[in-house]
Design a protein around this ligand. Structure first.
Ligand SMILES: Cc1cc2nc3c(=O)[nH]c(=O)nc-3n(C[C@H](O)[C@H](O)[C@H](O)COP(=O)(O)OP(=O)(O)OC[C@H]3O[C@@H](n4cnc5c(N)ncnc54)[C@H](O)[C@@H]3O)c2cc1C
Length: 658
């Protein structure tokens, strides 16, 4: 029998279990936190906002949320949005930091602030901005971004909604000609928004002018009912995104005024003259805004999943060692193999995303201040590749973290399923990842051509494309890993180019013969780019920080090479001995990460309330947490005898007759 004092001792041990792990960290935690958030100010701001969520009762962890109906979840989310709006400026992109800390539902207004307003700023004329921006910003004109249709999403040029100019009335007649043309998926359309930025084929005097944006009131100001000639609704339950009212909408010859066409780049006069003006490429600006947020803020969800998985792997023990002591599952090499490469990748993506943010800002400033478009192509290409790479990473990371937590990872109380559910759609939305990789591939091919014809035009980042071979002695140093990753991408890009050109019809070749090679080449660029950013971050850091980051960078570089080395193999640039060295070295680095694992995830500064996980508190008894939730909070248990029992009786009756 366990005595009272030994029970207390055991209890105390449970509450201080992670203290020893924390103490063995070998680097200054605060410096790492600052690096992860891009500076001290940003980290302090993050803590301030996190504190807002931690101290407001409405945002306290509530795992019973998942027992609620979708209807109730939507209402609770609306209530929470109001509460958040009281304290936070939701139009400020930094607000997404706390927003991502509260993923039981993305607040109402994310589409409005992150997609509609940026698009409006880029596509509307100065007059239209003056007319609308105040009401857009103060939320009195709430809008959705209505581009995708049932029949077409990625292929924007083939959208079928039409906006036909009627010279008699100087109005546009917005019409949905068939079921496929129904707008489908726009967030905040199903229930909430009063306006929509509708993308439609502009037609004037029977001539088509391509797809353009129309800012249209779709619901009545007083009654909130759809205006006559418009049908609107929610599309139904989805995998995740339960509180988001992704909607459908169709138009029956709906009349919109002349100035509903956002006319910075195209104007239709009252007598039907169409005039194009300015550089429509600026239109990329609004997409870049959201993609940048996806890279910058949403990548942090990977770190959140890792915090849960690493902490739980320290609490959890399975099987005994030779001394009859139970083993922490993080001590198993195979558990480390699941988590440590992902931890290294998380750091790599965060450092990459900080660089990308700088690039996006630089590009934006050049365009807006001096009409300088020189960085546009590069920024668009890098951002496309990064959005694809980072969103794949987060989703993959969330799933592996869940798997690494065994059965408990499957329960919502672990905090892991929601990360996977909420992050997975990012692979598809804001540019489907395959399409984005193909866009990066197009840019890589262009730079490859320039290497031969116009080397001075090749941006620094892409000079590696000229590599034919590299000489390296130790394949596992950061510098050599960068060289090998660059060479790998260069070889795969050349291979894709050759494949593309072996067929006379380039379009057909692109679509049906070389897609795999093109997408593969593109997908190997971001690991190379991330390694450059990693190296940049490591330089000039304190010794201990430098040491641990160097280990992480090497694990990341080795993992990326082992996963994607087809290019090097094609040209015999890597032999079997070197591959073995890569594998052995990575394994030999795991013990150092094992010592620092807890500190590496805790450098993110996530509070228990932000983590929303019963299996991974800072300190505590995870089994007691789970037991308490199941026995005291799970509302399904509130009714001692559930109504469903009546059906058991019916089943017995059915079976009795068999
Ligand atoms: C949660 C969520 C929220 C959304 N919010 C909005 C919103 O607010 N507003 C809005 O307008 N839309 C929204 N969307 C829609 C989203 O933008 C589209 O789903 C997305 O653009 C992908 O288009 P699609 O669905 O037509 O996919 P498709 O293009 O049909 O893709 C299906 C498959 O075909 C492949 N494929 C397609 N073309 C090619 C090609 N050329 N080469 C190789 N492979 C190809 C793709 O890689 C993919 O595997 C949302 C979607 C989701 C899931």
């Amino acid at each position: 029998m366990i005595s009272a004092s030994s029970q207390q001792k055991k209890q105390l041990q449970k509450y201080t279990m992670l203290e020893g792990e924390r103490k063995q960290g070998q680097f200054p935690l605060l410096e790492m936190s600052h690096l992860l958030y891009g500076g001290k100010d940003q980290f302090d701001k993050f803590l301030e906002r996190q504190n807002f969520f931690d101290t407001n009762p409405m945002f306290k962890v509530n795992h019973d949320f998942y027992n609620k109906s979708r209807q109730d979840q939507i209402l609770l989310n609306a209530e929470r949005t109001v509460e958040a709006m009281k304290k936070l400026s939701l139009g400020d992109p930094n607000y997404y930091t706390p927003n991502v800390l509260c993923p039981q539902g993305i607040f109402i207004s994310t589409v409005h602030f992150a997609m509609v307003i940026p698009a409006f700023q880029v596509l509307a004329s100065d007059d239209q901005i003056t007319k609308w921006m105040t009401s857009l910003k103060n939320f009195s004109a709430i809008g959705c971004y209505a581009q995708t249709e049932l029949g077409h999403g990625s292929d924007v040029q083939n959208l079928q909604t039409v906006a036909v100019f009627d010279k008699q009335t100087t109005e546009f007649v917005i019409h949905t000609p068939n079921i496929e043309a129904t707008k489908f998926w726009p967030g905040e359309l199903g229930l909430y928004c009063e306006f929509a930025l509708v993308f439609a084929q502009l037609q004037v005097d029977g001539k088509g002018y391509g797809v353009h944006p129309f800012w249209i009131r779709i619901r009545d100001k007083e009654t909130h009912k759809p205006l006559s000639g418009i049908e609107i609704g929610d599309i139904g339950p989805k995998m995740g995104y339960a509180v988001k009212d992704n909607g459908f909408m169709s138009f029956d010859h709906f009349r919109a005024p002349l100035d509903s066409l956002l006319n910075r780049y195209i104007k239709v006069s009252r007598d039907g003259k169409v005039e194009r003006q300015g550089n429509p490429k600026v239109g990329y600006g609004s997409m870049m805004y959201m993609r940048n947020i996806l890279c910058d803020q949403y990548t942090k969800f990977g770190g959140r999943a890792l915090t849960i998985a690493v902490r739980y792997s320290l609490y959890r023990k399975q099987f005994k060692d030779d001394n009859k002591q139970e083993i922490r599952i993080l001590d198993y090499q195979l558990q480390q193999q699941k988590l440590f490469p992902l931890l290294a990748e998380f750091y790599a993506c965060v450092f990459g995303s900080i660089k990308i943010k700088e690039l996006v800002n630089d590009n934006f400033n050049r365009i807006s201040q001096s009409n300088d478009f020189s960085l546009l192509g590069l920024t668009h290409a890098v951002l496309s590749g990064a959005k694809a790479n980072y969103t794949y990473f987060v989703s993959n990371c969330a799933e592996w973290c869940r798997l690494s937590c065994g059965g408990h990872g499957f329960a919502h109380y672990s905090g892991l399923p929601i990360i996977f559910f909420e992050m997975s759609p990012n692979i598809t939305l804001e540019g489907e990842n395959t399409i984005l990789n193909l866009q990066l591939a197009r840019y890589l091919l262009k730079q490859l051509q320039h290497i031969v014809s116009k080397p001075s035009a090749v941006p620094e980042f892409f000079k590696f494309l000229s590599l034919e071979t590299v000489k390296v002695d130790d394949v596992t140093t950061i510098d050599n890993l960068i060289k090998l990753l660059g060479l790998n991408c260069a070889i795969l890009t050349k291979y894709a180019a050759q494949k593309l050109m072996t067929h006379s019809d380039m379009k057909e070749s692109w679509d049906t013969k070389s897609g795999i090679a093109l997408a593969k080449a593109a997908s190997t660029f971001i690991p190379y780019f991330n390694m450059l950013c990693f190296l940049d971050t490591i330089n000039n850091k304190a010794k201990e920080t430098k040491e641990i980051l160097t280990i992480l960078a090497r694990i990341y570089g080795i993992t990326m090479l082992l996963n994607n080395m087809q290019g090097l193999l094609l040209k015999n640039q890597l032999n079997s001995q070197q591959i073995k060295t890569l594998q052995d070295t990575r394994e030999s680095l795991y013990p150092i990460i094992r010592t620092n694992a807890l500190c590496l995830v805790e450098a993110q500064g996530l509070s228990d309330n932000s983590l929303q996980s019963l299996i991974a508190p800072k300190e505590g008894d995870v089994y007691m947490n789970m037991y308490n939730f199941a026995s005291k909070e799970n509302s399904l248990n509130k009714q001692q005898v559930h109504n469903g029992i009546n059906y058991i009786q019916k089943m017995r009756e059915v079976n009795a007759k068999l």
